[in-house]
Design a protein. Structure first.
Length: 768
């Protein structure tokens, strides 16, 4: 085989794969279409629902004689030392290559939602915190580091980022999303993809598509999104991540939309993704998603029928382990029920990607080449910076923050002294480590309590837990009141415990009925406020919670969305003033627990009005966040410009730091379309830029607006730019507009395609 054309790296990948496929048996081709999850449990408290039923038995030694497409989570299944794990993965790859006729190793994939989900790897802030940072460049740098760590241990593919747009914050996986706005999700998500792909790791976009728009915010529930919501809210982040990020893989979602499961939808996975968007990479199943076509969706009557439906729709790889694409598929092809051409199509895509990864080359080597440190000092420094940028100061009405250096501080709450309070459900300690209590955490995670004591060494800091995260016990209230009553200020650290499938208050399968704080934490906060001592609320959560009950009664409110291993110092730094908060809300914070689910992307009838007694206006709007300094804005007034439907306009803003300390202003550009052929969101984000300014420093930022950014899906299903008046609104949030520029767009309705501009370019110049 060493002289065969498919072994020649000088040939195009497609030509190599054509030669290879012609030499392979049906069994060898289908073997490239599934993964194997070695060591995964099939019973006990730690497994996913239906995992046992979805896992088929197999003989490893016999199985790999046909080859193997993927190896599932060698590092993310149980605690393993990174260097020993890399050696074990290399041994497994050598065995796979030696067992098959062609010597082709598997693609090894891992989760990397908020860092490499492996023991001892850096736990970065969750994606909702990336959104709060409004900093694509920093997210790209983080992803590049994650990718380098994955490659260092022999991993080829990362299952991230999540590009679902939040539609209902009661959904458990809100912490995994970037926010409620498709432009923010798309720009941050594309940046993550660029970083991961630049390290040579295949980025996998999930979950394609509609998963977060489920009815009642329930995991895996049906989706009832309309055509325009799907086209204009759900899909754009995926298109941005493919076109502007270069992602090489897409994961099909679990959900069904209007009766059609995504995993069996050729219009989504082939016609849109490949024919319209030009995607040439691989489509992988979400874990057990192909089997769910039979067992949950009931659109297939057997594993073979499920395999047929998924292959025909365009899913190339069954994950995490074989059930449908193995023996049932081979038998169905032999019986003439499933065309072998579908197997060939999927195998070609898988093998082309393996060729691109160097896995068809004769000299490939699985051996690690350097010392492995998955939580380096550089990683931690980056995790700290991202955590600091993501902390949102929601309110500070009386200037209670920053805290005085020598204050008497009572720290109260169930999230203050727990390291896991910093982590989302896909971090290794929360995802896997909780099932191995005998194993050390593997990374150092300072708590808020520890960090505040280190941050303010001259302060007198006391602590009382007060209550559990989700339990009903109030017996700790008495001690909490005693500690608060002795202090100058009380810092109440409340929030979520990340977990899976009901084992947490946030995370996959941890959906909630309303947006009340979990357990008796709201009662604890009321009790603390009754002492008369000023209370600063610090929230460590995976979703927004309703805070209207305490509006005007709190001394300050700080929001951090699972800020990672360096989140404790980041939050403490914001409380002390060492960090000037610059985070902005990627999701709205509601007044009342039932006052949402609404995101800010509402047409006129979705806003407050006289037709209903319910007011969905958020307490803190999308994009909101305060600072310890002040900024002055200046925009040159201009007559209403006239541009055509294929025109552009530059909007320039000058920002000055008028305070006495360095700070960051996040300038946000929103579009308002007063009249359109279909109802449109009142405002929607189309651009943003962080400006880091020293006291007195001035910067000028220019937004290069093109009418493509105003395009939407009309009544015929076309994406169009319509003539008429548009308003460009510059603001510090979606509800706080500082300047409006009206544009008169003239000319015919223009239909736009996949070559349209997706992002608003910005240019910044320092003015001194």
């Amino acid at each position: 085989m060493t002289t065969a054309p498919w072994r020649d790296p000088a040939l195009p990948a497609a030509a190599r794969v054509d030669d290879l496929l012609a030499r392979m048996t049906l069994e060898e081709k289908t073997a490239q279409l599934y993964g194997v999850w070695v060591g995964a449990a099939t019973d006990g408290d730690g497994v996913a629902p239906l995992q046992r039923e979805m896992t088929s038995e197999y003989d490893w030694d016999e199985l790999i004689t046909q080859g193997l497409g993927q190896l599932t989570r060698s590092f993310g299944t149980a605690p393993v030392d990174p260097e020993l794990g890399a050696q074990a993965l290399a041994r497994a790859q050598r065995r796979i290559a030696a067992a098959g006729r062609f010597g082709i190793p598997a693609v090894a994939h891992e989760e990397c939602l908020a860092g490499f989900t492996a023991w001892g790897a850096t736990a970065y802030p969750v994606p909702l915190a990336w959104g709060a940072s409004f900093d694509p460049g920093l997210v790209e740098e983080m992803a590049r580091r994650i990718g380098a760590d994955l490659r260092a241990v022999g991993v080829h593919q990362g299952l991230a980022p999540v590009l679902d747009v939040v539609r209902d914050p009661r959904w458990g996986r809100v912490e995994e999303t970037i926010g409620e706005d498709p432009y923010l999700v798309g720009t941050i998500g594309a940046a993550y993809v660029r970083g991961l792909e630049s390290a040579g790791v295949v980025a996998t976009l999930k979950h394609f598509a509609g998963y977060a728009a489920s009815v009642g915010a329930r995991n895996l529930a049906p989706v009832r999104a309309g055509v325009r919501e799907f086209a204009d809210v759900v899909l754009p982040p995926f298109e941005m991540a493919l076109r502007e990020g270069g992602a090489r893989s897409v994961m099909a979602a679990y959900n069904e939309t209007d009766g059609v499961p995504a995993s069996a939808d050729p219009r989504l996975l082939t016609e849109l993704l490949r024919d319209d968007w030009g995607f040439t990479g691989t489509v992988v199943a979400d874990y057990f998603g192909i089997g769910f076509l039979e067992t949950l969706h009931r659109v297939a009557g057997s594993p073979a029928q499920a395999a047929h439906a998924a292959l025909a729709a365009g899913i190339d790889v069954e994950l995490p382990t074989l059930r449908c694409y193995g023996k049932p598929l081979v038998e169905a092809v032999r019986a003439g029920v499933v065309p072998e051409a579908l197997v060939d199509r999927a195998a070609r895509r898988v093998l082309v990607q393996k060729a691109e990864l160097g896995l068809l080359d004769e000299d490939w080597s699985p051996e690690p080449t350097e010392r492995i440190d998955l939580d380096s000092a550089a990683n931690r420094a980056l995790a700290r910076r991202l955590a600091e940028e993501s902390v949102v100061l929601l309110d500070n009405p009386d200037g209670l923050l920053p805290l005085p250096a020598e204050a008497r501080i009572a720290v109260v709450g169930p999230r203050a002294a727990d390291a896991l309070a910093m982590l989302g459900c896909y971090s290794f300690p929360s995802h896997v480590g909780t099932h191995h209590p005998e194993v050390p955490m593997g990374i150092d995670i300072p708590t808020v309590l520890e960090s505040l004591r280190a941050e303010l060494p001259d302060a007198k800091v006391t602590f009382a837990e007060g209550c559990d995260v989700s339990g009903p016990d109030t017996s700790g209230f008495e001690e909490a009141v005693a500690r608060a009553s002795e202090a100058d200020v009380c810092v109440a650290v409340l929030g979520d415990r990340a977990g899976l499938f009901g084992r947490g208050t946030s995370g996959e399968g941890c959906d909630v009925a309303d947006l009340r704080l979990p357990g008796v934490q709201a009662d604890l906060l009321d009790t603390l406020l009754s002492t008369g001592v000023p209370v600063i609320l610090v929230l460590l959560t995976g979703r927004p919670y309703a805070l209207g009950r305490w509006h005007g009664r709190l001394g300050a409110v700080v929001q951090a969305f699972f800020p990672g291993e360096e989140g404790g110092p980041a939050v403490a730094g914001a409380l002390s003033g060492r960090v000037n908060p610059s985070g902005r809300l990627p999701v709205s914070v509601p007044h009342a627990p039932g006052g949402q689910p609404w995101t800010y992307l509402q047409p006129p009838l979705g806003l407050a009005g006289e037709v209903s007694n319910l007011d969905p206006t958020p307490l803190y709007p999308f994009g909101h966040g305060r600072s310890y300094t002040s900024f002055a804005w200046e925009v040159a007034e201009a007559a209403e410009p006239v541009i055509d439907t294929d025109g552009s306009y530059d909007l320039t803003l000058t920002v000055r730091n008028t305070g006495d300390r360095a700070g960051t202003e996040v300038v946000q550009l929103y579009l308002h379309d007063p009249v359109a052929s279909v109802t449109r969101p009142d405002v929607r984000l189309i651009g943003y830029r962080r400006l880091e300014l020293d006291p007195g420093e001035v910067s000028r930022v220019t937004f290069h607006f093109h009418t493509d950014l105003s395009a939407f899906t009309d009544r015929t299903g076309r994406r169009v730019v319509e003539p008429g008046v548009l308003e460009l609104r510059l603001g510090v949030s979606s509800a706080d507009v500082r300047h409006t520029a009206r544009l008169n767009v003239t000319g015919p309705v223009r239909v736009v395609g996949t070559d349209r501009r997706l992002s608003c370019e910005t240019e910044v110049r320092a003015q001194g």
